[in-house]
Design a binder for this molecule. Structure first.
Ligand SMILES: *Cc1c(COP(=O)(O)O)cnc(C)c1O
Length: 387
C-alpha cells in the first residue's frame, strides 16, 4: 500500500474538489470587494451573506451571530480578550480547563500578566472536566468561563451544556473552542446555549486561514481588530470572500450524510483502537465513548513518538505524535500530563485522526505498520530490554 495514507485530520484536512471549484469563482471572475457599491461589489457581498446564512442554518443560529475571522486562533483570542477587557471593571477572574488548545492557554497567560486571575480546572483520567469542580470554581468576580468542546489531542468531548447552564445561573458568559467539533459532531447552538463558539475552516475541508466566531446576540465584547466597518464594525479587514464561501461549502459537505459517514468512521476508529491495544504496554488516551468519531490516541511505552512518526512516514503514513514536541521544546503534551501520564509514557504517544476518505484496509495497514515499527524500536531500547 505505497500511496500516502493521510490520518492527521486533527491537524488539517484535504480540501474537496467541490470546495475548490466553488472557491475559485470568487478568486477569478467574482473578485469584487463586498464593501463596494457597484454590481461587482454587490455580488461579492451577496456571496458573503449567503455563506453566513448557510453556516447559521447548519449550526442553528441567526446569520448576524456569525462573525468571520482569519482562523480559529483569532476567534479564540477575540472571544477571551474581548470579554475580559469589556468586563474588567466587574472582575478579573476566568475559569478554564488544563487541556485547552494553546490559542486559549497562551491568551489567558497574556491576560494573567495584565492582572487577570485564571483557574485551570484539572481533568479526570479520561480528560473530562468535573461539572462540580466547575461549579465550585465560580467566584463573585468571575467574568468568563472558557472550556473547549472537544480536545485536539485525545478527542475527549466535554459536558459543555451542563457547564454552560451553571455559568448562566451565575450570570457568567460561556465560550467554547469548538474547532475540533464543528463539522464532525452535531452542533445545535440554540440547544447548546453557549454565548460564544469558535471554529476554523481547515479542520473540516476548507483552505487554511479562515474561521469564525459565533457571538450570541446581546453578548458584548470588545473588538480585537480595529479598522473599517466590516462585520458590523466588530472585526475590521476586507472579507476573505473566497475562503469564507469555501468554508460554508465545506461545512455543508461535511454535514451531508453525516450519520452514514460517522458510522463508517466510528467503525474504523474502533478497529484501530482494538488493533493498536494488542501491542503490549499500550494504553488508550481519552474517553472511549465521549470522543470525537475520528480520534485515536494511544501511548506506547518504551518508544519515542517522534521516531515512530518518522518511520510511519517512510511507510507512507501521515500521523502525529500525541506529545506536541516542537523542535524548540522537549516538553511532553500538557494534555497527556493532565490526564496523569508520566513524562516518559507521554513521550511515546501516537495520534491518528481519520475521516470518511480512509478505508478499513488502510486501518489494517496502519496497525501492522505500527506493530512492526514498535517491535523494531523496542529491540533497540535498553529501557525495554531491562524492563
Ligand atoms: C486547530 C485548532 C485551533 C487553531 O485553529 P487555527 O485555525 O489553526 O488557528 C484552536 N483550537 C483547537 C482545538 C484546534 O484544534
Amino acid at each position: 500500500m505505497p500511496k500516502t495514507i493521510y490520518v492527521d485530520n486533527a491537524a488539517t484536512t484535504r480540501v474537496p474538489q467541490q470546495v475548490i471549484d466553488h472557491m475559485v469563482t470568487f478568486m477569478g471572475e467574482n473578485y469584487g470587494n463586498p464593501s463596494s457599491l457597484y454590481s461587482k461589489g454587490r455580488e461579492a457581498k451577496a456571496a458573503l451573506e449567503a455563506s453566513r446564512e448557510k453556516i447559521a442554518e447548519l449550526l442553528n443560529c441567526q446569520p448576524k451571530e456569525i462573525y468571520f475571522t482569519s482562523c480559529g486562533s483569532e476567534s479564540d483570542n477575540w472571544a477571551i480578550r474581548g470579554i475580559a477587557e469589556r468586563n474588567a471593571s466587574k472582575g478579573k477572574h476566568i475559569i478554564t480547563s488544563a487541556v485547552e488548545h494553546h490559542a486559549v492557554l497562551h491568551t489567558l497567560k497574556a491576560l494573567e500578566k495584565k492582572g487577570y486571575e485564571v483557574t485551570y480546572l484539572g481533568v479526570n483520567a479520561d480528560g473530562i472536566v468535573d461539572v462540580e469542580d466547575f461549579r465550585n470554581a465560580i467566584r463573585p468576580d468571575t467574568i468568563l468561563a472558557t472550556v473547549m468542546y472537544a480536545n485536539n489531542e485525545i478527542g475527549t468531548i466535554q459536558p459543555i451544556k451542563e457547564m454552560c447552564e451553571i455559568a448562566h445561573q451565575n450570570k457568567i458568559p460561556f465560550f467554547t473552542d469548538a474547532v475540533q467539533a464543528v463539522g464532525h459532531v452535531d452542533i445545535d447552538l440554540k440547544d447548546l446555549g453557549v454565548d460564544m463558539l469558535s471554529f476554523s475552516g481547515h479542520k473540516f475541508g476548507s483552505p487554511k486561514g479562515v474561521g469564525a466566531l459565533y457571538v450570541k446576540s446581546g453578548t458584548l465584547l470588545n473588538n480585537l481588530i480595529e479598522g473599517g466597518g466590516q462585520e458590523k464594525r466588530k472585526r475590521a479587514g476586507t472579507e476573505n470572500v473566497a475562503s469564507i464561501a469555501a468554508m460554508a461549502k465545506a461545512l455543508e459537505l461535511s454535514l451531508e450524510n453525516a450519520g452514514e459517514k460517522r458510522k463508517k468512521i466510528l467503525e474504523m476508529r474502533e478497529k484501530l483502537i482494538d488493533g493498536l491495544l494488542e501491542i503490549p504496554y499500550t494504553r488508550l488516551n481519552g474517553s472511549r465513548d465521549k470522543r470525537l468519531p475520528g480520534n485515536v490516541n494511544v501511548s506506547i511505552e518504551f518508544i519515542e513518538g517522534e521516531s515512530l512518526i518518522l518511520w510511519l512516514d517512510i511507510m507512507g503514513i501521515c500521523a502525529s505524535t500525541g506529545s506536541a514536541c516542537s523542535t524548540a521544546s522537549l516538553d511532553p503534551s500538557h494534555v497527556l500530563l493532565a490526564i496523569g501520564l508520566p513524562h516518559e509514557v507521554a513521550h511515546g504517544s501516537l495520534r491518528i485522526s481519520i475521516d470518511e476518505n480512509n478505508t478499513p484496509e488502510e486501518c489494517d495497514y496502519i496497525i501492522n505498520s505500527v506493530k512492526s515499527t514498535v517491535e523494531k524500536l523496542r529491540m533497540m531500547s535498553p529501557l525495554y530490554n531491562n524492563r
